[in-house]
Design a protein around this ligand. Structure first.
Ligand SMILES: NC(=O)C1=CN([C@@H]2O[C@H](COP(=O)(O)OP(=O)(O)OC[C@H]3O[C@@H](n4cnc5c(N)ncnc54)[C@H](OP(=O)(O)O)[C@@H]3O)[C@@H](O)[C@H]2O)[C@@H](O)CC1
Ligand SMILES: Nc1ncnc2c1ncn2[C@@H]1O[C@H](COP(=O)(O)OP(=O)(O)O)[C@@H](O)[C@H]1O
Ligand SMILES: [K+]
Length: 483
């Protein structure tokens, strides 16, 4: 955003004008939220975020609101456009931490935006705590103060906003947890920064949405036959651990894989057979069994991991799959079996489309001993680094699932629902992604589409969701997407 701002300024929009537009967007939204002539309390910080606050305060006073403003620090420390903007405010300047937040109809939080560099302390902390304790609705300028713009982390303490108005484009913190939970609904105000500049500067980071991948969603042709729609293979666990594979298999079938086969250990064939109809079944005794099955080139996508067991045998199956160069989704036990052995995965997946789908816990276990991958505070950065390290697309699951490709492209998901936190939900996700790859969707797009469709299916079902419902809700989601 700093670069985009700079380019906009170079293209002829003065910085102060950008700030005026930002402040006006804040005032306009405050006006929608407060009753006419109501009390508005503005807390302004020492940087340019505070400048936006000064602009908004002056406009709202002009529009006959009762505005009080408090500053963190002293006016003579203000610099640049913020110092100019402050001159437009003719009212009193109090201390931010002494504002009577509890009397406000609306509180405007303009303490810190993208320039926060360290944890909040002392007076900043007190101001935020008092603001939150007031119980009054808070409108955050750019982002809730105390949230780190890049990582979404809380730096000590953060404003719990009812609404956020940001400028030109959302920042990672508006999508990443916990930041997203502090924002409330986020409005993006156009302050005149061109799309071209944003696209050039926003680089490869996206909110995960259909625009990223609908163009590659499979649409069977008039004369398609099932083998053209791919054949997904899902490895099953032992006799008492077979459900996960069947969930993945069913999801792969529902998303359009022409054929799906469960590869089952001999002792689990009976239990799998009792539960499968359209999905086929093959006996598969460990890595050798898998190797035999994969002699048939029509099996073009594989799921390994759900309930497969944490042991060397699982690692050997992964090795067989990697050697066979099929599209591959690795989850759960296939990842945890490499605990402490992540070095073996360095560059391992460069040669075939591969997606790894850990949740945060699995990610930490897998990359134990690799601080370069575990230490970044941002989930986005961890995913990107692990993708570059392994050569696979990384899906780090959660309320803010991040998908990252080795080439740096990344998407953050936002259409989920907490009802997805249910046993077997992740197994279904693996099947969706593998089923898309079986149909020729590239790994990054398959992962993004799989994650989005999974979340949409969960959200459309809502309360009472269990993993079995997810695959059944997929056709409804696909119908909308393919319309
Ligand atoms: N043209 C533009 O660029 C536009 C920018 N716009 C707006 O500018 C915002 C970014 O402005 P910004 O870069 O000045 O950063 P900002 O968030 O105000 O904070 C920096 C100040 O806080 C201080 N500080 C930091 N951490 C602290 C802590 N823990 N505790 C205490 N103090 C701390 C830091 O001090 P220092 O680190 O130097 O001690 C510095 O004084 C952006 O979010 C948007 O709202 C819009 O108007 C559109 C046009
Ligand atoms: N609070 C949440 N909001 C949105 N999605 C969630 C939430 N919690 C979990 N999920 C999603 O549910 C799925 C859970 O997968 P996982 O943890 O592997 O569960 P399991 O191993 O039981 O299948 C993931 O896709 C994850 O992103
Ligand atoms: K703010």
């Amino acid at each position: 955003m700093k670069q985009a701002d700079r380019e906009a300024i170079e293209s002829g929009i003065p910085g102060l004008e950008l700030m005026r537009r930002a402040g006006r967007a804040v005032a306009d939204l405050a006006e929608k939220l407060a009753s006419a002539g109501g009390k508005i309390v503005v807390a302004a910080g020492p940087g340019q975020n505070g400048g936006d606050g000064f602009v908004a305060a002056a406009l709202l006073a002009e529009r006959s609101y009762q505005v009080s403003l408090g500053l963190l620090g002293s006016s003579d420390r203000l610099t640049g456009d913020a110092a100019e903007a402050a001159k437009g405010w003719i009212g009193e300047v109090g201390r931010a931490e002494d504002l009577r937040f509890y009397e406000a109809d609306i509180v405007i939080d303009a303490l810190f935006g993208t320039g926060l560099t360290r944890d909040l302390e002392a007076r900043a902390r007190i101001a935020v705590e008092r603001m939150n304790a007031s119980g009054r609705p808070i409108l955050a300028v750019d982002l809730p103060s105390g949230i780190d713009g890049e990582t979404g982390e809380v730096r000590g303490v953060a404003v719990k906003a009812a609404r956020t108005v940001t400028f030109a484009a959302r920042k990672p913190c508006h999508l990443l947890m916990p930041g997203r939970a502090y924002c409330g609904p986020v409005e993006v105000a156009d302050i005149g920064i061109s799309r071209k500049t944003l696209e050039a500067r926003g680089g490869a980071l996206f909110a995960n949405g259909s625009a990223l991948w609908t163009h590659v969603l499979p649409r069977p042709g008039l004369s398609s036959h099932k083998y053209e729609r791919g054949h997904t293979l899902v490895a099953s666990g032992g006799a008492t651990r077979t459900g996960a594979a069947r969930l993945a298999a069913r999801a792969a079938l529902r998303i359009g894989s022409g054929l799906v086969t469960v590869a089952s250990p001999p002792e689990a064939l009976g239990v799998n057979a009792a539960h499968l109809t359209a999905i086929m079944l093959r006996g598969c005794d460990g890595p050798e069994g898998l190797n035999t099955i994969l002699q048939d080139p029509r099996f073009n996508a594989l799921v390994l991991g759900p309930a497969l067991g944490i042991h060397a045998g699982t690692r050997a199956m992964v090795a067989v799959a990697v050697h066979a160069r099929r599209s591959l989704v690795l989850d759960a036990d296939a990842l945890t079996s490499f605990e402490g052995l992540a070095s073996e995965l360095h560059g391992a997946f460069r040669h075939a489309p591969t997606v790894l789908t850990p949740h945060d816990g699995e990610f930490s276990r897998l990359f134990k001993g690799h601080p370069d991958l575990l230490d970044p505070a941002s989930k986005l950065e961890r995913a990107r680094r692990a993708a570059a390290f392994t050569g696979a697309v990384l899906v780090i699951k959660g309320a803010d699932t991040v998908v990252a490709a080795p080439d740096g492209r990344a998407g953050i998901n936002e259409n989920g629902t907490p009802y997805l936190a249910t046993a077997g939900s992740g197994d279904t996700l693996c099947g969706l992604i593998a089923g898309l790859m079986a149909q020729g969707v590239p790994a990054f797009e398959a992962a993004c589409a799989g994650v989005w469709i999974h979340a949409e299916a969960g959200a459309s079902f809502g309360p009472g969701l269990i993993a079995e419902d997810l695959a059944e809700a997929v056709p409804g989601v696909l119908r909308e997407l393919l319309r």
